[in-house]
Design a protein around this ligand. Structure first.
Ligand SMILES: *Cc1c(COP(=O)(O)O)cnc(C)c1O
Length: 382
């Protein structure tokens, strides 16, 4: 192996997760959110695999990501850009048939201008402000908005009306979300009474889909669930309370493997690694693994996490280095350079889930995953 580790993507796990998503989405269509390099899974390989599993709608943050989706899929899926497009590329988005969020007059005017130049309709999703206070048209802007939409109806295809909630995964945001839901309903009425009928209404992410099923409308934007993670512990608990079967129905798609680079014996009383973070209290055997924080293995996990070697969980000792971590292999009689090391994944009864990383480091599943660098090769497995 040329690289010091490899990330494997399990197709059967993805199929399993998509089945659950289909159930949770009810009558709504689902779009798979693949921003952040498909939450660290590697957008190119990932969307190829997802398409083979039946996905036909993807959401990205940027134009650049939309290009990756297009390059790596075959069946011309819908591609929806929810965030960044350089003003100079709005025309290319229209040319390529990408759908994109329009959240202010700056982008809307550009879209109309480019659509006229190309004589091709821009496929837009109108994002409205309901209380996240990030992006989106405000109620006060509706009159001007409606006029522009009407005057340019020949150049615009209104694919959607949408908003995003301010943290549906946490019950502490309950009142804020409820208020947003109410405000979104008002927008729907305004649009309809002005005889503007967007094709889709969409507001729910993974958490919204589970906790506030009425917010699903006819399209949901699913991120973390497809990869086998929950938006928060609260969401998971909420899901379980309504079920007889108390087993986690999701399966992690991603696993991460490396191998032993070096093995050495250390005498009792010696410190291991930088500083004085780990003191050998007995004669020990330790192995170096060529993965560190450059590879996305968080420094927070020093002296905290475990890896799996030969089906056994072993402790990571000392601090995480830039490109190395050290594990305790004292208990093994027969261990060799090149032996497989599972950093995330399952071997026999032992499993290390990415969510255990986020628990230990008090980080979000989202952070742990999206930090995995692009340079690590991804491999699709069954
Ligand atoms: C990231 C994102 C989602 C998906 O969120 P998950 O919690 O991963 O399901 C949906 N909508 C928007 C606008 C997003 O930015």
């Amino acid at each position: 192996m040329k690289s010091s580790s490899v990330i494997k993507l399990s197709k059967s796990s993805l199929k399993n997760n998509l089945k659950l998503i289909k159930k949770l989405s009810g009558k709504a269509k689902f779009s798979l959110v693949v921003k952040g390099n498909a939450y660290g899974h590697g957008i190119g390989k990932y969307v190829k695999m997802a398409e083979e599993c039946g996905a036909d709608h993807f959401s990205t943050f940027s134009y650049e990501e939309a290009l990756s989706v297009k390059r790596n899929t075959k069946n011309n899926p819908a591609i929806m850009i929810m965030g960044y497009i350089d003003n100079n590329y709005v025309g290319d988005c229209i040319k390529k048939g990408f759908e994109f969020f329009v959240f202010d007059f700056y982008r809307l005017n550009r879209a109309i201008l480019e659509a006229k130049k190309l004589n091709k309709k821009a496929k837009i999703h109108i994002e409205v402000e309901t209380g996240l206070n990030r992006t989106g048209f405000h109620e006060k802007e509706l009159e001007d908005l409606f006029k522009l939409l009407r005057d340019n109806s020949g150049y615009l295809e209104i694919k959607g009306l949408c908003t995003h909630y301010a943290g549906a995964e946490s019950i502490s945001n309950y009142y804020r979300i409820k208020k947003q839901i109410k405000r979104f309903k008002k927008y729907i009425s305004s649009f309809e009474s002005n005889e503007i009928y967007p094709e889709k209404y969409h507001t729910a992410s993974s958490a919204g889909t589970i906790i506030y099923p009425k917010t699903r409308y006819n399209l949901v934007r699913i991120g973390i669930l497809q990869y086998g993670g929950w938006p928060s512990i609260e969401t998971y608990v909420y899901y379980l309370t309504n079920r007889k079967n108390k087993k986690n129905p999701l399966k992690p798609v991603l696993s991460w493997e490396s191998s032993i680079m070096n093995i050495k014996n250390v005498r009792a009383g010696e410190y291991i690694g930088y500083g004085n973070h780990y003191l050998a209290q007995e004669d020990m055997k330790v192995a170096s693994i060529p993965v560190g924080y450059t590879e996305g293995y968080s420094r927070v996990l020093g002296n905290q996490s475990q890896v799996i070697i030969k089906g056994e969980a072993v402790n990571v000792i000392g601090v995480i280095n830039m490109n190395l971590l050290v594990v305790d292999v004292t208990s093994f009689d027969n261990i060799n350079i090149g032996d497989k090391v599972t950093l995330i994944g399952r071997e026999g009864d032992q499993a290390i889930n990415f969510s255990s990383f986020s628990d230990k480091g008090k980080e979000l599943n989202y952070e742990v995953l999206s930090r995995l660098p692009e340079k690590i090769p991804r491999k699709i497995v069954d």
